[in-house]
Design a protein around this ligand. Structure first.
Ligand code: NAP
Length: 287
């Protein structure tokens, strides 16, 4: 079975459209882009497109690659204070002279639509409600939409980035999976991946996962997006692995569209958190 991320994301987009139409005001997402990384530009373009489709304002703040950190921080601080801005996203990766942690952690956690601030990562780790990173959230939503059971399953995630691998492991744990995280220093990787009922590849190496690394009838989730021989391919060798997996995500049209839909869900969640705070403050002002 092919896990159709594109179709699922379209279905969820229709639901989100209705939810957004019911909101009392138009919500706004600010996107910060630094430099001319072609992949980043494409991702940002797709995010603007989705916002437009759903009636969300999206504003871009573009900086050249050599922009000093302090001017980016100043813009983020202004966006934090701007009540008309509900979400702030910094497109990663950033040029090397910039400190990613400092920049991300300058974002108000209640506007952190990527769920990457220490506050939101901490909440995730501590099982408290917060904003979850969009890609892992998209993976979980897709599995849920296909009613794929996670409880008690052996889940192996290859990749331990803070954007994908680590937060996904926590989300899987929350669903009572038995989770293993593998990485570039894992010994006998094939033995590890072959044990997985659900195998997730978030590596960044084209077609890295081959058929002999996958257990028969495993569910295979390919998070990777790589340019390879002028085509987009995942971290899984799809043509080989599709023959033995019980379910598999394609690239493109798999986790990519699920990530954008999760991002929009996060923009709405941020808006709701801000409204709740505003109403509480209003109440306090009255009493
Ligand atoms: N679908 C989407 O919307 C979406 C969103 C985000 C990312 N992505 C894609 O997902 C992939 C991963 O992204 P990321 O941001 O997580 O990448 P990343 O930060 O570069 O992390 C890659 C991870 O893979 C591990 N790794 C690299 N080579 C390995 C090997 N030979 N064996 C085992 N593990 C290996 C690394 O291990 P070490 O930690 O030991 O170095 C690291 O933990 C990329 O293709 C990216 O484009 C897609």
């Amino acid at each position: 079975m092919i896990l159709d991320g594109k179709g699922t994301s379209e279905k969820l987009t229709e639901k989100l459209k209705i939810e957004i139409e019911k909101l009392p005001k138009k919500i706004t997402l600010a996107i910060i882009l630094v430099g001319d990384n072609e992949a980043s530009k494409t991702y940002v373009k797709n995010k603007h497109k989705k916002c437009a489709e759903l009636g969300i304002n999206s504003k871009e703040f573009y900086f050249p690659a050599n922009e000093p950190q302090k001017s980016i921080l100043k813009v983020i601080k202004n966006l934090n204070e701007d009540v008309k801005v509900n979400g702030i996203l910094v497109q990663l990766p950033l040029p090397n002279h910039l400190d990613e942690d400092v920049i991300i952690n300058t974002i108000d956690p209640n506007k952190d639509v990527d769920g990457l601030t220490l506050a939101n990562q901490g909440k995730l780790f501590m099982n408290k409600p917060g904003i979850e990173p969009a890609t892992p959230k998209g993976v979980m939503t897709l599995l849920d939409e296909y009613h794929i059971d996670i409880q008690g399953k052996k889940v192996v995630i290859v990749g331990r980035s803070k954007l994908v691998g680590k937060p996904l492991a926590i989300l899987m744990l929350k669903k009572n999976a038995t989770v293993t995280i593998a990485h570039s220093k894992t010994v006998s990787l094939k033995d590890v991946t072959k044990d997985a009922d659900i195998l997730v590849a978030a590596i960044g190496v084209p077609k890295f996962i081959k058929a002999d690394m996958v257990k028969k009838d495993a569910v295979v989730i390919d998070v990777g997006i790589n340019r390879f021989e002028s085509k987009l391919v995942g971290d899984v060798d799809f043509d080989e692995v599709v023959e033995i997996a019980s379910a598999i995500t394609p690239v493109p049209k798999g986790i990519g569209p699920m990530t954008i839909v999760s991002l929009i869900q996060n923009v709405i969640e941020c808006y709701k958190i801000q409204e709740e705070i505003r109403l509480k403050e209003q109440d306090l002002g009255k009493n």
